[in-house]
Design a protein. Sequence first.
Length: 76
Amino acid sequence: MGLKLKEIEGLIKEAMPDAEISIQDLAGDENHYSATIKSKIFKGKNRIEQHKIVYKALKGKMGNELHALQINTMEN
């Protein structure tokens, strides 16, 4: 069972209220997404640290309900 796009967006927004988020379902299967996330929280952090913030926001759903998420992060 996949994770709906709005659920992903909601989890990220909950952790990063200032985030500008764009998510695409790459395969139409609710399992393979691409996300572009802009947030002030990323300032001064390297890409690995930024991606860890996103994974933490997903509350353990990555690798379980969500199979693949291509992440593009940037400072806002």
